[in-house]
Design a binder for this molecule. Structure first.
Ligand SMILES: [Zn+2]
Length: 101
């Protein structure tokens, strides 16, 4: 089992609903400015099933938040989100966009 810090995300709208975009890929690593590994959503979900853990850490606040799977009923698919707490900068939806070259 390992812990991975998510430092960036890619989001896409779901084709069934226009309510919001969902995270479809993430980057992990120790440096928030430079992700070292790219994961698709399905790779993250499979790793979570194996017992790996994913988290975010706010750059300003330093606060960590665990990332968990959740079911979007409108898009009929499992996505990931950070557990809500009082700070914004560790919210999975607020991380920068991954820019893979
Ligand atoms: Zn949805």
């Amino acid at each position: 089992m390992s812990d991975y810090r998510i430092v960036c995300t890619n989001q896409e709208p779901c084709y069934l609903s226009t309510h919001q975009a969902h995270i479809v890929a993430v980057g992990t690593g120790n440096d928030p400015a430079q992700a070292s590994d790219r994961w698709t959503l399905d790779q993250v979900l499979a790793a979570m099933k194996r017992g790996d853990r994913f988290f975010t850490q706010g750059i300003q606040s330093g606060r960590t938040a665990m990332v968990e799977p959740y079911e979007c009923g409108r898009c009929r698919r499992t996505y990931i989100r950070s557990r809500p707490d009082s700070v914004q900068d560790n919210n999975l939806d607020n991380l920068r966009v991954c820019n893979w070259k």
